[in-house]
Ligand binder design. Structure first.
Ligand code: G6P
Length: 607
């Protein structure tokens, strides 16, 4: 979603802002803009469309000149993508410029109020009210002006503000939307995520909700709503910029698919010591025994990881496990109390619905364990216990390595709980550990399926509709495979529990309809074969994903993809890889913008 960058120092701001925005492009956006103070006025340049348009109108960053500025990539919520609706938004005099991530929920009411004072609005955005309000409340002091504005606005925001009356200062503030300060030597930065400033500094402050940062070239001061000064610890980012670069691959998505063996190894190996799971989670067996229900919440692919987890946890732990979309959970009046353990899964750790679900669960008394990739993110900070996935930065909008490392964490947590609760025999425990240790190598083996899947993609990339079917964990994999395909290739796709096909979806199957059938759940192999026969009888072309030790079915289907046998509960990790490749190649053959699919955002920080 939207990205924020800001710079104050001795260098020209525009090129730094443009560079920062280019590093934030992956988040998804539809327009971009900058505002730079040129010694006389706040000079705003903004353009709808790709960053390239902004680069063109700023003559490659050579104008506007000036050493302080803010920039933004916008992902439209209020008002369609247009030059005028792009940020920065300015006050009527042009003396205040604002970049904003999030949504000002009471903007209509504020707009009416401001109009009654004579203010004229030029955009359709909610953000414009902040610029006008700032000007309206301006009292000569940035901090108290900001506090007055914050008292009036409801909703979520990360804001970067420039005010002409203080041409050496950027004001940065956040509520429920991420914002960091980058600390340089004689220069400082603001950004909505680390990638934006990593070319310039690795030392950062995380800003917490309702904290106000006054950022100058030689100082950064942070205050709360009552003007009390807050001392922050410097956080040193240890991943480097190469991790966020393509490293010779054409797309981040491809690079991240290929990184999965290493990412999963990173997630697993420090957590297996002397053949036992060792998690940095301080839940005692007594505390674990106190939980009579598990809830798993997430959005998109994280939710699909939760679907896999449900099958594993109910089978292994015999504890009722509800998996729910975070956006549904928060308004569903969930039956949760202190005997509920809630697992929140999120790559970014900032997804608005997942964060709201976490808060609601906490309010109801649940204990929260989160599985998160981005260190220091809001979900990680607000959870009782965190399992970091350690996948490294994931840039492509469609998740791959974060999904795989989330699964790895799900397995390890299952084993940790089963062991603590005495729900697993030593033999089963050892077999599971053995499979976990083998997983990175097996992932390398399935990466070799890329040529096979590329060929399959060449047969089917023009299909109007592609179906995915499976049962049990294979159903959960089908959902993720189907989501990947629609996200990046814009192919209409549906995932169905295979047994449910005949209750409706089978009516869509016609001559040549491609059906991807997941058959990695050994105990349901024959049931799946029956479902395959049902769709074959209606003319479908079937691509089956089976285990390499499974019965040969090449006469019954059109194509077979074989993956190694690893463990009945862990096949999702291997089966998803050919589906990731398949989506990638279909999208590539259809000429899609693979890393930045239309209308999608990497981190969805608004509801
Ligand atoms: C967006 C992304 C998806 C992701 C979902 C949840 O929709 O495009 O790939 O699965 O958000 O994101 P999270 O950061 O919470 O895992």
């Amino acid at each position: 979603m939207c990205g924020i960058i800001g710079y104050v120092g001795a260098q020209q701001a525009s090129p730094i802002l443009l560079n920062g925005l280019s590093k934030l492009e992956y988040r998804g956006y539809d327009s971009a803009g900058i505002a730079v103070y040129d010694g006389q006025a706040l000079n705003v340049k903004k353009a709808k469309g790709r960053l390239k348009n902004l680069i063109d109108i700023t003559k490659n960053g050579s104008e506007p000149t000036g050493t302080i500025g803010i920039g933004h990539t916008r992902w439209s919520t209020h008002g369609r993508p247009s030059d005028i609706n792009s940020h920065p938004q300015t006050s009527g005099t042009g003396n205040v410029a604002v970049v904003h991530n999030g949504i000002i929920e009471n903007y209509m009411e504020l707009k009416e109020f401001l109009i009654s004072t004579g203010v004229k609005f030029i955009s359709e955005t909610d953000t414009e009210v902040v610029a006008h309000l700032f000007e309206y409340y301006y009292d000569g002091d940035l901090l108290s002006t900001m506090q007055k504005v914050m008292e009036r606005v409801d909703g979520s925001y990360a804001l970067g503000i420039l005010c002409k009356y203080h041409p050496d200062t950027i004001i940065a503030v956040r509520k429920e939307s991420p914002l960091i300060i980058g600390l340089g030597n004689g220069e400082n930065f603001i950004a909505s995520d680390v990638a934006g400033i990593l070319n310039y500094t690795r030392d950062i402050y995380y800003i917490d909700d309702k904290e106000i940062a006054i950022v100058k070239s030689g100082s950064v001061e942070i205050f709360d709503m009552y003007s009390r000064k807050i001392e922050k610890e410097i956080f040193h980012v240890d991943w480097d910029i190469e991790a966020a670069e393509k490293g010779g691959y054409e797309h981040f998505m491809f690079k991240e698919i290929m990184e999965q063996p290493k990412a999963v190894l990173n997630a697993i190996s420090p957590r297996i010591k002397d053949g036992r799971i060792s998690l940095d989670i301080s839940l005692s067996p007594d505390e674990l025994r106190g939980f009579d229900k598990l809830y798993i919440v997430g959005c998109g692919s994280a939710y699909h990881v939760g679907m896999v987890a449900k099958y594993i946890y109910e089978d292994m732990l015999r504890i009722p496990t509800v998996v729910q979309l975070a956006s549904e959970f928060r308004y569903s009046n969930p039956i949760i109390d202190k005997r509920t353990l809630v697992i929140v899964i999120s790559q970014s750790g900032e997804t608005a619905d997942s964060l709201a679900a976490l808060r609601e669960a906490k309010r109801l008394g649940a204990t929260i364990v989160s599985i998160v990739n981005v260190v220091g993110s809001s979900i990680a900070k607000e959870s009782d216990h965190v399992l970091y996935t350690w996948a490294g930065p994931e840039i492509a909008v469609a998740t791959t390595k974060a999904y795989s490392t989330q699964l790895a964490c799900i397995y390890m947590f299952a084993l940790f709980m089963a062991d603590s609760l005495g729900k697993i025999s030593e033999e089963e425990y050892i077999a599971f550990i053995h499979a976990l240790l083998k997983l990175p190598e097996d992932l390398k083996t399935v990466l070799e399926l890329k040529e096979v899947t590329q060929k399959l993609a060449s047969y089917y990339f023009n299909a109007k509709h592609i179906f995915f079917i499976g049962r049990n964990i294979d159903y959960a994999i089908s959902l993720e495979g189907s989501l990947k395909l629609k996200e990046i290739s814009y192919t209409a796709s549906e995932a169905y529990a295979a047994g449910e096909l005949k209750h409706g979806t089978i009516s869509l199957i016609e001559e040549g309809s491609p059906v991807v059938a997941l058959m990695t759940t050994e105990k349901l192999f024959d049931k799946m074969l029956s479902n395959i026969k049902e769709v074959k009888a209606r003319g479908a072309s079937v691509i089956a994903v089976t285990l390499d030790n499974a019965r040969d079915i090449s006469d019954e289907v059109d194509h077979v993809i074989k993956i190694p046998y690893i463990h009945p509960m862990m096949e999702a990790s291997l089966a998803i890889v050919p589906l990731q490749f398949f989506s990638y190649y279909v999208a590539s053959m259809r000429g899609c913008d693979i890393d930045k699919p239309r209308n999608l955002a990497k981190s969805v920080t608004v509801e």
